[in-house]
Design a protein around this ligand. Structure first.
Ligand SMILES: [Zn+2]
Ligand SMILES: [Zn+2]
Length: 306
């Protein structure tokens, strides 16, 4: 008798919302690691897939193993492959444990891996790229947890000065008057593991172009489990979609127990039709591949025309 082949690795989830790619893995309790390459950040690092290494920042939502276990490997591989020192952004309560974790590796490996920790509390922010800021906010899970909003800050001329010639503007500016203001454009929000709550009503979440949101449970009889584990249930999404303006909502952290075909069916039945085009499931490879194929064909057709 010939033994059967080992199980295959799950396909990398992939969605393209120009100009941003959302890619990685996310299965509740097993592994969540979601990268936005264009923004230099990876949300969580449950295990450390190769793609995560190209992000100089890991933004940890909380310390559960399925979100954080790949951290030391990430630091180590970044260093080993000469990619520079990786930085983890995390809740303040995790800062010391992460130092202890990395110290333990010094004993285990008999060598020191360089790493950086930037701990945050509600409202803290960090410039991760030119004019692009990552901001932490409290969410509500069974352990201290953060969500993140990424916003672009654009300097805009105050409307009362519009149309004035350059030299006039310079003169006003030199006279000590502020001629610009900062406009915030919310780009991406990541909620991590969380119950529903007012963190979904923040500007940088509600108006983000892309909202990456957990949806651990989809079955009608799993509402209690969602409440106890402080997770979202598909039913919460229905209310949420009325509240948020996000062009695209990416559902992650679905339970492995739910077959993708089954989840897809429940989502299609539960989400009102007017919202359905905004809702995507990161790990729904079949639907996402078809969507990407269409994007490629459309781009090729555009190119052929020009
Ligand atoms: Zn989780
Ligand atoms: Zn969790």
């Amino acid at each position: 008798m010939i033994p059967s082949e080992p199980p295959r690795q799950p396909q990398t989830g992939f969605l393209f919302f120009p100009p941003y790619r959302i890619q990685g893995y996310s299965i509740a309790g097993e592994e969540t690691c979601i990268q936005v390459p264009e923004l230099d950040v990876c949300f969580d690092v449950g295990r450390c897939p190769r793609l995560a290494l190209t992000s100089p920042f890991i933004a940890l939502s909380h310390g559960h193993m399925d979100h954080a276990a790949g951290l030391s490997y990430y630091f180590s591989q970044r260093h080993f492959q000469g990619m520079g020192v990786g930085t983890v952004i995390c809740h303040r309560s995790l800062e010391q444990p992460i130092h202890r974790l990395m110290e333990a590796w010094v004993d285990i490996e008999a060598q020191r891996t360089p790493y950086k920790v930037r701990s945050m509390v509600n409202g803290d922010e960090l410039e991760i790229k030119n004019h692009i800021f990552l901001r932490a906010f409290d969410t509500d899970h069974t352990v201290p947890s953060l969500g993140y909003g990424i916003v672009e800050k654009r300097s805009k001329l105050r409307p009362e000065f519009a149309g004035l010639p350059q030299e006039k503007l310079l003169e006003i500016k030199q006279g000590g008057t502020e001629i610009t203001y900062v406009m915030e454009v919310p780009l991406v929000a990541y909620m991590g593991d969380t119950s529903p709550g007012r963190h979904f009503r923040r500007e940088d979440v509600r108006k983000a172009k892309i909202l990456i949101c957990e949806c651990t449970f989809t079955e009608p009889d799993h509402k209690d489990r969602a409440r106890v584990g402080k997770h979202l249930h598909l039913d919460h999404l229905v209310t949420l979609l009325d509240e948020v303006e996000c062009e695209n909502v990416v559902l992650v952290h679905l339970s492995r127990r739910t077959h993708m075909g089954q989840a897809r069916k429940q989502i299609d039945e539960t989400i009102p039709e007017e919202h359905r085009h905004r809702v995507h499931v990161l790990m729904d490879g079949r639907t996402n591949r078809a969507r990407y194929q269409q994007q490629v064909e459309r781009a090729e057709a555009e190119e052929a025309k020009s």
